[in-house]
Design a protein around this ligand. Structure first.
Ligand code: S3P
Length: 170
């Protein structure tokens, strides 16, 4: 596999992007970035507040403008928000910025990991598991468009990071 300028981790909420991403960045001596944190820094508000004040569409537009910038980054491991790769335009932009890797987890695993999360606006519903299943179904075509996919259920983050390093040969 050709060397990538950046590694862009995609996947549903709770798929392990941040945990794996931080290990991977340390392993490679690269910088770790998170698109949610970058958006929060720029807008001066937490993601939940952006959703509340401006609506989800405004947040998605912020993700799209950030996606266009990814090609300017170098030697970064970038964890993206769970909905980041839903717009085809964002996937195209991200592909210009580096190697996109999708982390996959089952609905139950996701529910165990983030079902009780208070800072994820899309999960503030009576039945988070049903919402997770519904969102996963809706996003499946977008996630399926990503060629490199890694199953994470029951696997330590270190093993996943190592698998990526070996395949990338960076
Ligand atoms: C979202 C996932 C979140 C964050 C926002 C919306 C989504 O990021 O971007 O709450 O649409 O799946 P994480 O995947 O890091 O939780």
């Amino acid at each position: 596999m050709a060397t990538a300028r950046n590694i862009i981790l995609a996947g549903f909420m709770g798929s392990g992007k941040t945990t794996v991403g931080k290990i991977l960045a340390q392993r490679l001596g690269w910088k770790f970035l998170d698109t949610d944190r970058l958006i929060e820094e720029r807008s001066g508000a937490p993601v939940a507040e952006i959703f509340k004040q401006y609506g989800e569409a405004a947040f998605r537009d912020m993700e799209t403008s950030l996606a266009r910038e990814l090609a300017l980054f170098e030697n970064c491991v970038i964890a993206t928000g769970g909905g980041f790769m839903v717009r085809p335009e964002n996937r195209d932009s991200a592909a210009k910025g580096g190697e996109i890797i999708l982390l996959v987890a089952s609905p139950m695993e996701i529910w165990h990991r983030v079902g009780q999360s208070r800072h994820r606006p899309l999960l503030q519903v009576e039945d988070p598991l049903a919402r997770i299943q519904e969102l996963l179904r809706a996003r499946q075509p977008a996630y399926d468009a990503i060629a490199w996919q890694i199953q994470t259920d029951g696997r330590p983050a270190t093993a996943i990071a190592e698998e990526i390093v070996e395949k990338l040969k960076v």
